[in-house]
Write a new protein. Structure first.
Length: 113
């Protein structure tokens, strides 16, 4: 977790309830690019034969989202923010088997009260 920005100070809403935004710091982002190894792809292919959740890919996606989120918090903290509003995720294929995951939002300074 980034210093000064606890996870409960991040929201997908346009505002955090119970606090007042005193300054908007601008857009922040965290980007990670991930791929699955050949062995991981083989394991996932075997899981698709059985059906259901493909846990190898689920774990990869969860780690990518978590890393992008933490990078976004670091970016916000470096700008002097203590919260992030309007947070979103996006993902795009960069190449065959390679995916970019982006976490982004608006860094703000808030004061309780």
């Amino acid at each position: 977790m980034a210093p000064g920005i606890p996870h409960h100070q991040v929201t997908t809403a346009d505002q955090l309830h119970g606090v007042r935004v005193v300054r908007s710091m601008g857009i922040v982002r965290g980007i990670t690019v991930r791929s699955r190894s050949v062995i991981g792809n083989l394991g996932a292919a075997l899981q698709t034969l059985v059906g259901g959740n493909i846990s190898i890919y689920t774990e990869l996606c969860e780690k990518a989202h978590e890393e992008a989120f933490e990078l976004m918090l670091q970016h916000a903290a470096a700008m002097g923010a203590n919260a992030v509003v309007a947070m979103r995720y996006d993902a795009n294929d960069v190449a065959e088997g390679v995916t970019e995951v982006l976490a982004y939002g608006t860094a703000v300074q808030v004061e309780v009260g």
